[in-house]
Ligand binder design. Sequence first.
Ligand code: LLP
Length: 384
Amino acid sequence: MKFSLDKFTNLATPFYYYDLSLLEANITELKKAANPEYVVHYALKANANNRILEVIKNNGIGSDCVSGNEVKKAVEVGFKSSEIAFAGVGKSDEEILVALQNDIFCFNSESGEEIKVINELAAKSGKIAQIALRINPNVHANTHKYITTGLEENKFGINLWELDSVMELLKACKNIKLLGIHFHIGSQINDLSNFKNLCTKVNEIQHWFEERNYKLEHINVGGGLGVDYHHPDENPVPDYKSYFEVFEKFLELRKNQKLHFELGRAIVAQCGSLISKVLYVKKGVNTSFVILDAGMTELIRPALYQSYHKIENISKVTSENQRYDVVGPICESSDCFGKAVMLPETIRGDLFAIRTTGAYGEVMASNYNLREKAKAIYSDELEF
Ligand code: LLP
């Protein structure tokens, strides 16, 4: 990603910078790598910024929502209702009604209790709700524990031992049509063997359904493909080819059965950077602190998941020869973007780029300390 310092210099900081041509390039690679029969839904939760959504929608990708407002947003920006998947462990009645009114493609249903509510609301609305069962496959994702979702200890999905009773329940739900099964084992998964393990489990579960004569139109394997936070310039686009090959090789699809994906981070993470100005450089006991005007309010990932984001001083071209702790201005010690980061000698006024913030950056912003929401700036507004 190229940064033009003179274009950035007069802009108020901090801001989210989005390189839309990188986003386009990413989607081109995704489409090249995916079997044309695969159906990809973009997970809006990763970034629900209108310009980003427009690019994704214009490329013919479907959407995956986790709230009524995400469903509304997807419809508003022009994603086809017939391509909206709606997941979430706690869908409220209002949210379910929004989805029903919009005739979405499919609810990914997370419990028997929720299925009953969807059935009742669909009956009242005179609709048939299409659902997939979100099954908890008890497959490890080997990622941060806060973004692991496919283990029995997690709150997500229907456990395998509950399937019998849920299928019984479905027989009585006249306003529900079962389309398929859904899984999502976690996020930021770089070791593809985890997806291979998921495929093995899905194959077993598929047999379970077949033995009982249930036909499944689709299988949805969720999202989770990780990105390279350490080398954003060397690997600006994830290895989609290897990712899709795992499913091609190991997932046993039946004739006419569709395979769905719900990718978020992989599509949008690398096209975003958080641009921030150095307010002060302060000497500590064993270190020097670079205090930025961006903090955990603009990017909470380091504080919440101890996650790494590459940090660059984009005002300096000299070598990185000093060690700094790079922190934000918020009144929390967890408001730290990186410890012992090697940087060129840094002074007040330098501009910093915190890389790979296109996913789960702006969407997770807060106004803690009554801070203003940071703006988004797009590459095509700056004419490089
Ligand atoms: N489908 C479902 C059901 C999900 O729960 C998620 C993400 C996705 C798809 C998209 O996953 P992705 O392809 O982006 O990995 N805030 C955390 C990530 C939370 C992910 C939640 N679920 C972070 O900043 O790392």
